[in-house]
Design a protein around this ligand. Sequence first.
Ligand code: HEC
Ligand code: CU
Length: 311
Amino acid sequence: MARRAVLLLLGIAGGLLLAGSARAYTNAGPISEEIQNLFWAITLFAVVVAAVVFGILAVFLVRYRESVSPRPTSWVEGDRNLEILWTVIPTIILIVIVIISVPVLVYTDTIPPPDTTVRVVGTQFIWTFYYEDGTTSSPDLWIQAGTVVKLEVTATDVVHSFAVPDLGIKIDAFPGHMNHWWMQGDVPGDYLIQCAELCGLEHAKMLASVEVLSEDEFDAWLTRRRAEQTAGTSDLGQETWEGVCSKCHGLSGEGGIGPALAGSVVIADPEAVEDLVRNGRRTMPAVGAGWTSEQVTALTNYLRENPPGGG
Ligand code: HEC
Ligand SMILES: [Cu+2]
């Protein structure tokens, strides 16, 4: 008996420990807030129903246990009123749940007049973001707090899913198809972006973050980024190398899923690199099929100055 109790306690402690290691999501925007409110409302119903059902069960278990009433009761044919009651009450509960869910669905699915539009492109194994003014960022996304950002979500190779749990965002990214949604972050901070669709070997590493900035910070970021990108001095090349190429070729080109790149004649030739990343070759996917020429140039400039493997 004591041993069982110890095992049970250990089990519970283990469970709590695992639960504690799970990530708790915040509500940093209106969509996640609506969804969580709905979640708690439905949970409340579930808890009340469970309390009633298990409560009655417990009472019956104790009250009619064998030691107290050793003989079975006579057969009961049924009780029409009781049956009506336990049909009507769950029906009402379900109707109430529909009534409170539909507005949330409509709210989250209706794109409000956007302040800006960002194109979100998933590629094995990175996200690239194209802003309205032509600025590109990858793998992180920057947005201004309190603004409605319209999302145009697509992919270049396989199916990905753009998920930002803290903002209540999860939308599939299909090659050759554009999905539309919106997002809004109200609380400045950085929030995890995770690909939520198994998209290949390095899927679990398809992580990034959304940086929600105050208006001043965002304006400053966008202006600086734009200027750097036009001048070719932004980190875009390095970000592309580290975010895309290194996933398969290793951070210093030592190889992995793709071949080692040290001494590669292709990597030293900007035009060949452009052709390769835009069109792919055999088992190398066309990771840069949708990239702007700015991004490709940023990459080839970066590779010229930092040839993989020291070159
Ligand atoms: C999904 C994995 C993957 C990604 C991402 C990737 N590659 Fe590759 N790469 C490969 C594979 C696999 C090959 C071998 C292709 C073949 O069979 O010819 C390859 C081949 C190459 C070669 C040819 C090497 C040689 O000397 O023949 C170069 C250069 C190259 N990749 C550069 C890049 C660059 C630059 C990037 C980032 C823009 C990149 N790759 C992203 C998988 C990848
Ligand atoms: Cu993915």
